[in-house]
Structures are given as structure tokens and as C-alpha cells.
Unconditional design. Structure first.
Length: 251
């Protein structure tokens, strides 16, 4: 076996071993939870979660607030009285998730080509008069080539997704231009199945409605995740060994 194939074999074995160890640890955890409901995650500060990074976006130059003489109204203020909408770190607002996506695409490409090349000398220096032996030695047809190629490709996409729900989010950061960074997480447990909804992004205070709600279409850099875990989700997933083979096998 060549050194290249040996290295490939050792790499494959190592990956399989790591996958087996990882699946074994996960299997032990799952075995310890047999007969128990999925546990709810604790309520934590999102800014202290591992991997949390403050959002940095291009900011305009700060503007100094100006006041008109003999007036209580401040330029740029949204209301004369106190605004009850979310505006500070720790405030809560409701995000209305309303996603309706539909895509229908169909493409077809056809290609066909036929080539024939046939060139030569039929009577080289009077070869026909020299006899059969001479015709074997002298050149006849110099080039004869035939080629045929065809291609027919078809592709189609038909996708339709819809998600409508509400989730409360917490303001975790205020950007220099006044925009709010929000993040919300919702967990719902029904019997032995856990449903999770995560919403995060940047909202503009002016887009928040008077009832302290905002539509998900107005969230910039939106990150919306809806999924679940539990017995039903586990059955729908392929086994760990099959997932490892799907990654490693080249065919």
C-alpha cells in the first residue's frame, strides 16, 4: 500500500474512532435520561454566554440635542411624555415572527453535437496500379475520427415555508446611533418533545410599535431559529454511524 493510501486509511480510522467516542459519550448522557422529560435551560444573561460578542456596526457621527427657546420639547424626541417602549438595556419587547417564503424554479438545458472527420489519399502515386502488396504499404486513409456528445440537464426547486409566532426579546446592547440589539429565546415542552425559538438582531427604535411590538421583517441582521429536541426529533435523525459515513464516503 502506498504512503498516500496509508495516510488516507489512518485518517479515516481516526475520524471513525473520534465519531464513535463522541457518539458513545452522547449515548451515555441519553441513557441516563431515559424516562425523563427534556430539561428546560436555565434563564441566563445572554452577554455571559460562551462565544458572545458585542455587535459592531458602522455608526454615523453623534448629533448634539438642541432645544428651542422657551420650549420643553427636545429635537428628535418621539413623545412629550415618557415613552413606554423598549429603549434601554434590559427592556423587553415582543417580536412578531411572520415568515412566508415561497420559491418555484425550473431549469432545463439540452446540448447535442456530432462530429465526423475522414481525410486521406485514395490513390497515392498510382497505388491502384501497383498491386495489392503495394497498396498495403502505401498510405490510404490518413485520418478517420467520429465523435458524438449529448447532454440533458434538468433542475427544479419547489419550496414553501411559513412560520408565525411571537417571542419576547431582551435588549442586550445599545449601539452608538441608538439602534437596539435584541435577543430572545423561548422553550416549549409538550410531553417528551422540546420546541425552541431563538430570535436575535438589530432593531430601530422608530420601528417599534406603540404596543411595544416589532415585526421580524424590520430586524436587521436577523437570526431566527425554530427547531426542537426530544424523542420525536431523535427518531427523525439518522444514526451517528450513518452520519459519519455520509461525511467520509466519497461515493
Amino acid at each position: 500500500m502506498s504512503p498516500y493510501r496509508t495516510n488516507r486509511f489512518l485518517l479515516t480510522v481516526s475520524l471513525l474512532a473520534l465519531g464513535t467516542i463522541a457518539s458513545g459519550c452522547s449515548a451515555i448522557d441519553r441513557l441516563s435520561q431515559i424516562g425523563e422529560q427534556p430539561k428546560l435551560a436555565s434563564i441566563d444573561n445572554p452577554t455571559t454566554a460562551p462565544g458572545y460578542k458585542p455587535v459592531q456596526m458602522p455608526m454615523p457621527k453623534p448629533e448634539v440635542a438642541s432645544y428651542s427657546p422657551n420650549s420643553l420639547w427636545r429635537s428628535g424626541s418621539r413623545a412629550f411624555f415618557k415613552d413606554q417602549r423598549a429603549a434601554r438595556v434590559g427592556d423587553i419587547l415582543t417580536v412578531t415572527v411572520n415568515i412566508t417564503d415561497k420559491a418555484n424554479i425550473a431549469n432545463e438545458t439540452q446540448r447535442s453535437r456530432t462530429n465526423t472527420e475522414d481525410s486521406g489519399v485514395t490513390d497515392f502515386l498510382g497505388a491502384k496500379t501497383l498491386g495489392a502488396q503495394a497498396q498495403k504499404v502505401l498510405p490510404g486513409r490518413l485520418l478517420t475520427a467520429d465523435s458524438t456528445s449529448s447532454s440533458d440537464g434538468k433542475g427544479s426547486v419547489n419550496r414553501q415555508e411559513a412560520l408565525q409566532t411571537n417571542v419576547a426579546a431582551v435588549v442586550t446592547q445599545i449601539l452608538p446611533n441608538g439602534n437596539l440589539v435584541v435577543e430572545g429565546k423561548q422553550e416549549i415542552r409538550v410531553n417528551y418533545e422540546m420546541r425552541e425559538l431563538i430570535v436575535a438582531g438589530i432593531v430601530r427604535p422608530e420601528d417599534i410599535q406603540s404596543d411595544n411590538t416589532i415585526d421580524s421583517s424590520k430586524i436587521a441582521e436577523a437570526r431566527i431559529a425554530y427547531g426542537g429536541r426530544g424523542q420525536i426529533s431523535d427518531v427523525q435523525q439518522p444514526r451517528y454511524g450513518q452520519q459519519v459515513l455520509d461525511v467520509l464516503l466519497p461515493f
